[in-house]
Design a protein around this ligand. Sequence first.
Ligand code: AMP
Length: 634
Amino acid sequence: MRYSYEEMHALSINDPERFWAAEAEKLHWFKRWDKVLDDSRSPFFRWFSGGETNLCYNAVDRHALGPRGEKPAIIWESPETGGSRTITFRELYGLVNRCAAVLKSRGVKRGDRVLIYMPMVPEALVAVLACARIGAIHSVVFAGFSYESLADRINDSSPKLVICADGGVRKGKAIPLKQIVDRALAAAQVEVPHVIVLDRGLGKGWRTDRRRDLSWEEELERVGPAQVEPERMLSTDPSYILYTSGTTAKPKGVVRDTGGYMVALHASMWQIYGCGPDDIYWSTSDIGWVVGHSYIIYGPLLFGIPTVVFEGTPDSPNPGIWWEVVEKHKVTVIFSAPTAMRMLRKFPSQWIEEHDLSSLRHIFLAGEPLDEPTYHWAREALQKPIIDHYWQTESGWPMITNHMGLETLPVKPGSPTREAMGWHLEVVDERGEPLPAGTRGYLVARPPLPPGALMTIWGDDEKYLESYWTRFKQHGKLLYLTGDYAIKDEDGYFWLLGRADEVINVAGHRLGTREVEEVVSSHPQVAEVSAIGVADEVKGEALAVFVVLKKGVDESEGLRQEVIGLIREKIGAIAAPKILKIVPQLPKTRSGKVMRRVLRALCEERELGDISTIEDGASVEEIRRGLEAMGHKV
Ligand code: AMP
């Protein structure tokens, strides 16, 4: 019998223990749990307490030693280097065992941290899985972060070992990763005894410290075809630390458990992504982000299906490269971000049309609001269902989504649909009181958080409580603060309006910056837009809007006036921007999120703060010059 979405979701909320136990049964446990949910120390929820399992065993051994052994596990495509490689589950098993043996022989023990600073290469996945195998806590840092960011993360997690590559390549430009690691280690306050370096022939002279620096290849060679027993981890043991992207405050080390995460990801693969045993899954993200952890590494592999690992960008060597990969490997599900769609939208559709995309069933997008025009463009250009879904580094997997493996609900463009299993979300006012449908407010989750959500902040339980659990209470129960502003409509669909700290107050009127962005992006000549609130002596706050035009469209006063007219017409005169600037590009983090605090600082003529996570430093200079031309001294 097939349950409706309503029934399934109600079960997951009313009887979470029964719901999640049924999903956990599908995976391997060395020892069964004593209790599905231990909420005795709420809001520190512990899933499958007393249970013993291993993420690597479930993601690799279970398939490698069974009938799927000869099936591909990793499909690697690197337009950046011309590389292409397929690794079966059995081969992956061999590599992970060797790497685990290396880590052990270099003194890494259960509970120790290992920092991984690698580009999108198969060895990065091998390193992550090897950590999981021996119970070491991995901390993957996006291999694009500066040495300062890396040093901060080294100080915070004090790793026993660092694994990196000599270099990476981005749009043909070599990035000297090992040099960055050297600088970070010199700047860090903790000693790291060993650095293992994957030599890709991209950075000469990477061995800068004879005692500390080891070669990946030599180390794997040294241990030979080793076998390492997977550690029996408690379900409630931490599996990794991942620092939040830092669009707003100082990055926090989100800590994930073992068993709950495994169960949630495995369930999401069929419930949300609609996958079966023959799917080929491609998340275009990076292993350095939560999407990469969950859906480049663990999700597909736990489910026993191939994961595509792509080293490159959507427009290089040409804007058809993604569709070429889909055609070549018969990819069935893509998980990407709206920012990539907006980038591809700038190019003629011929780049898509010339490829056979018949294998592809769904395209999922997450990470930022999917505005309606981009949704419609993608829907039309790709002729596939486009599924917007919402989640956070903290949640580990989607919180609001449509479910392709359960009852699929009608799409409302602009809304990521309804709550995922186990997520009980609400929109509340300043005092934590639930708001009626159609009213804007703070998006919160009622406890318990489902499996897979963060356990705490690394080394800082207080910070966990303070960041997520202190603001709202309902009937004596604390509520989890997502930090987002939203509306729930009459059909139970959620509409995200931007980060709560981006809700601005113009002369007493509350405006979500997302609403303004939505209106501006509906202009046919606009490719991208970011709206922010800036301090204003008269109104308290005022709007500043930054617009990127489509390729081939020239800036003109007429166009500026059209955009302003559109905002006035659709939202009202109160939203008429104080600053409206047409810019060549927006300052973004390397995960594709607009760095609003940088835009705000530029407008308010303040210090920019740490911008080491920025994608392209030139964007800041261009905007600075533009604002100066408008009479701002910045
Ligand atoms: P991160 O933790 O870096 O993945 O960022 C999470 C934040 O991204 C969320 O709190 C939202 O503000 C935003 N976000 C993610 N997915 C969506 C989506 N589908 N629609 C709107 N905002 C989103």
